[in-house]
Design a binder for this molecule. Structure first.
Ligand code: BLA
Length: 294
């Protein structure tokens, strides 16, 4: 199998592009409670870099984490979270690569479940379907996923696993640039919500998303291995999914009671429904065609 020399490969280019592009359209201010970190993993082989800003009035948090070093692994976790006055999707790029295998999720994650909320789906994704179509063949559906994740994905989600190669890396970079520019256009067009009810709803929806990811994101085991349990927890709550402790008071089990164990603790399994959606569950018109778990 062809493999990629990871020493010539970096996700920094993605991060640089994103922050430069964002700066053209918003005034980025260093995020108040975050310092840019550069730290080494416990075994000293891996560097973790973090960077974060906010940009009033629309961007609550734009942040990136990259992991790289001579361990044969590269990671990018880049996201943008809107202020609750805006029902904008959450920009999400999660890439994990070894010399042989890459696992990627690239999406404008909807604030509301678009398998149910068709008005929200049309508002943000109808015009972006052709953009998705451009990449679905080159970055094909990655197969079964944790069923619970799907409600956080949009009809243009790129969920893919492939043999790492320079070609795929270039395609992914191109998709990343286009998806991010598309998000920035939505951001520019977004109009501030004035209804207190709707702002609360947006806030709850974002809090639910953060609560899900802070508890069940598939990257957690690796982060814990790299920096230890305590620092990983801090990274998750205060940095990657900042807002999980402040945007709402509901707990993980309030949102996802199906994870409740008899003793009141959270089921440690990542999924209680199991994996499904072997093929892309959206058609070219953005209609949901998945059968779901079962
Ligand atoms: C795997 N990452 C996955 C998978 C998904 C995602 C869907 C496939 C396995 C699964 O179904 O869970 C990503 N899931 C997401 C995202 C959302 C979601 C973005 O619900 C948003 C709502 N991935 C990272 C980071 C690391 C990482 C930071 O984002 C490592 C530090 C690793 N992801 C990683 C690995 C796998 C994976 C190793 C394969 C192992 C596995 O399936 O558990």
């Amino acid at each position: 199998m062809a493999s990629l020399d990871l020493s010539s490969f970096s996700y920094h280019k993605f991060v640089e592009f994103a922050f430069q592009e964002a700066k053209l359209r918003a005034d980025l201010i260093p995020f108040p409670s975050h310092l840019p970190y550069k730290f080494r993993s416990k075994d000293n082989n891996i560097m973790l870099h973090t960077l974060s800003f906010h940009a009033p009035p629309k961007i609550r948090l734009i942040r990136s984490l990259t992991v790289e070093g001579n361990s044969g692994m590269q990671v990018l976790d880049f996201a943008v979270f809107p202020e609750p006055e805006f029902d904008l999707p959450i920009f999400c790029a999660n890439f994990f690569a070894t010399a042989n295998l890459s696992i990627v999720v690239l999406d404008l994650n909807p604030l509301y479940d678009v398998t149910i909320d068709t008005a929200y789906k049309h508002k943000y994704y109808r015009e972006l379907l052709p953009l998705g179509q451009k990449y679905f063949e080159l970055l094909p559906w990655g197969g079964n996923i944790t069923s619970e994740s799907l409600r956080f994905f949009s009809p243009i989600v790129i969920w893919s696993r492939f043999s790492s190669s320079q070609f795929k890396y270039d395609v992914l970079y191109s998709a990343f640039m286009e998806y991010f520019k598309a998000w920035l256009v939505l951001m520019e067009q977004a109009v501030k919500e004035t209804s207190a009810f709707q702002i609360c709803r947006n806030c709850d929806a974002q809090h639910k998303y953060l609560t899900w990811r802070a508890e069940k994101d598939p990257g957690h085991p690796i982060l814990k291995k790299l920096v230890g349990e305590n620092l990983a927890k801090e990274l998750l709550r205060d940095f990657l999914f900042h807002g999980v402790g402040s945007l709402g008071t509901k707990t993980f089990l309030d949102y996802f009671p199906e994870y409740n164990c008899a003793d009141g603790t959270v089921n440690r399994k990542r999924s209680v429904m199991g994996k499904s959606y072997e093929t892309r569950p959206w058609d070219a018109n953005g209609e949901f065609i998945g059968n779901g778990p079962g």
